[in-house]
Design a protein around this ligand. Structure first.
Ligand code: M6R
Length: 616
């Protein structure tokens, strides 16, 4: 949602904060700001706050020539929730006397009430944000304690909602106080200072050993060390997590944008997600499930709950779980799930899918499902994330850090992980033999090379298809079965990165209404890979062709007939229908990106979006 970074040490804080904010920009890019400790002419310490609407690059220009002596500060990059993007609403927010500054990620649900109370005691507010109450609460508490950490701890007792926050005080030079509840905060010690961030990616150059703060834990950072305490102020020794992914992940590595880089990483994601998953005897090995085979055998209903792209991975999983395990599987938008009264029993398995592992809707749905007695299993890309911590078991998707706001490689990692789960359920329930599991596993692994083939040979075809779509007002994505599931993802991808309106339909539904949209030149992107419904999809496309649609077909290599109705054909290698979602998604991702580039869009940071959506 928003990104926080803070540093205190021996080096220039401004440079460290700007570099960290740049890496956290995927979390929000409406405005950015820093508070740096400075020295007043009389020698006393001050806080120098600089904010700018727009991206971190703008803030960096604003800070050019700024005094580089400061070695302690806090920074923030914002995705607006309370109040429009403006300098006044940008973080850091300060106390009335300007001697305390706070950055915050999360939502203060009782901010209106707190604001009224604080205002009645004489506090003056200068923004529309919920966060500003924190600065004033800390200010009041500081007047009593004269201790920043104690003041932050006390301020938190008044707050209902979620926060990851860092505060500095001009009266405690070099000290940063940090608190966390339901919003991620990582803390780490480098050789030349102490660091805080919303995500390890902002501090990975300084250290690979980090503490992921738990809810109710606090950290007090100084240039020489970090003290951790609980909500009673008692010292604690939190677990240290070692980050082992490659630092190159945080760089574009010669690609023009992260989205393309991440699309091209997908063969590796498939391979890494499968490593060590099949024993020599043909048994699937998903120890992290946290369920015995006996418990798994009792599962009689599966809900996949997720949002956005992760929800679309769930649509793929539904096809596989029902086909292989023969148990009902429902896929629900997490934001809807908890407001219904879903049928949950102790034999219900809820599978929560979330790249970030911190999506508020998904987390709320997990909590609800657990209260109702379901077993919850998480599929996430972020080690130690809230989804991982709050689930009974977890599979990590091994996509490594995904930086482009539009999910690509994590989607493929999710589908591969869900495919393993479906195979395991099928095996445990006696619907798939060990021989079948072995064969499926081998074919699943083959998709890595098939994706590589698409990346190596179909870029020109994708480019031409993109040229055919780029000036359209709208586009339709159609398919059946697996093809329908990934059509939804294709349409979402195109919408979010190119701002071209797109919708997806099960191809058979076209004749029940959407076909009215078709007029000459209207782009229809169709998944027509070889599948049991191939002939039906072709018939549906003929109906579109007859009305003048411009047809872009994703077809199986060797299918020459499709050229009779398609204006453009992008091929994928022959693959079992069950795995076609993995391969056929790749050209859809490439197509969305190409169209976005042609339309001059910022593919990595589309307008109005943020990578992690930590508000409901
Ligand atoms: O981190 P999550 O997988 O829980 O995120 C869910 C959605 O917010 C996310 O997939 C979103 O739709 C992306 N922008 C898709 O590219």
């Amino acid at each position: 949602m928003c990104g926080i970074v803070a540093y205190t040490g021996e080096d220039t804080a401004k440079d460290i904060l700007l570099a960290g904010l740049k890496r956290l920009e995927y979390r929000g890019y409406d405005s950015a700001g820093v508070a740096l400790e400075g020295i007043a002419p009389d020698g006393s310490t001050t806080l120098d706050v600089t904010c700018r609407v727009g991206k971190v690059m703008g803030l960096a220009s604003e800070l050019e020539g700024h005094d580089a002596a400061s070695t302690c500060g806090i920074g923030h990059t914002r995705w607006a929730t309370h109040g429009k993007p403006s300098v006044a609403n940008a973080h850091p927010h300060t106390s009335c006397d300007g001697r305390i500054a706070v950055v915050h990620n999360g939502i203060i649900e009782n901010f209106a009430e707190l604001r009224d109370e604080l205002a009645s005691r004489g506090h003056v507010f200068t923004s529309e944000t919920d966060t500003e109450v924190l600065a004033h609460l800390v200010e009041e508490a500081y007047a009593r304690h004269a201790d920043l950490m104690a003041a932050v701890r006390e301020a938190c007792t008044h707050v209902v909602g979620a926060y990851g926050m860092a505060a500095v005080s001009a009266d405690e030079p070099g000290v940063i106080a940090v608190a966390r509840k339901d919003s991620p905060i990582v803390v780490g010690r480098g050789e030349r200072g102490s660091y805080v961030a919303s995500d390890v990616i902002a501090l990975i150059d300084a250290t690979r050993d980090v503490v992921v703060l738990e809810d109710g834990q606090f950290a007090r950072l100084t240039p020489t060390g970090i003290e951790y305490t609980d909500d009673a102020g008692e010292p604690i020794e939190p677990a240290v997590t070692h980050i082992d992914w490659d630092v190159d992940t945080a760089e574009k590595g010669g690609y023009p944008d992260f989205m393309l880089k991440e699309i091209c990483e997908q063969p590796r994601v498939v391979r890494d997600t499968l490593v060590g998953r099949l024993s020599a005897t043909g048994e699937l090995d998903i120890d992290e499930l946290g369920l015995t085979f006996e418990e798994l055998d009792l599962i009689d209903r599966v809900y996949v709950i997720a949002c956005g792209t992760s929800y679309h991975a769930g649509l793929v999983a539904k096809n596989l779980i029902e086909a292989w395990a023969r148990i009902p599987c429902e896929v629900e938008a997490a934001s809807e799930f908890r407001y219904r009264n879903p049928i949950i029993t102790p034999s219900t398995l809820v599978v929560a899918v979330s790249q970030s592992g911190e999506t508020a809707d998904t987390l709320a749905a997990i909590r609800d499902a657990r209260i109702k007695g379901a077993k919850v299993f998480g599929i996430t890309n972020v080690v130690g994330s809230p989804v991982a911590r709050e689930s009974d078991g977890v599979i990590y998707t091994k996509a490594n850090k995904e930086i482009a706001v539009a999910s690509t490689k994590s989607f493929i990692g999710q589908i591969v992980s869900l495919t393993l789960l479906a195979m395991l359920l099928g095996q445990v329930k006696g619907k798939l033999t060990t021989g079948q599991v072995r064969m499926l596993f081998r074919e699943l692994g083959d998709t890595a090379a098939q994706i590589q083939w698409i990346l190596d040979s179909q870029r020109t075809a994708v480019h031409e298809a993109a040229l055919a779509c780029k000036d359209a007002q709208s586009a339709l994505f159609v398919g059946r079965g697996m093809g329908a599931a990934i059509s939804y993802e294709g349409a979402l991808k195109l919408k979010e990165v190119s701002y071209l309106h797109a919708e997806a339909y099960a191809a058979g539904e076209m004749k029940h209404g959407p076909i009215a949209l078709i007029d000459p030149g209207f782009p229809v992107i169709a998944v027509t890979t070889k599948s049991p419904t191939y002939d039906k999809v072709v018939s549906n496309l003929k109906e579109c062709e007859a009305r003048g649609a411009k047809i872009i077909a994703l077809a199986t290599q060797g299918d020459e007939d499709i050229k009779q109705i398609a204006d453009h054909v992008i091929y994928i290698p022959p693959v079992r229908d069950a795995f076609s979602a993995i391969t056929a998604s790749v050209p859809l991702q490439l197509l969305a990106r190409e169209v976005a580039v042609m339309r001059g869009c910022d593919v990595d940071q589309p307008r109005n979006l943020a990578k992690s959506v930590t508000v409901e």
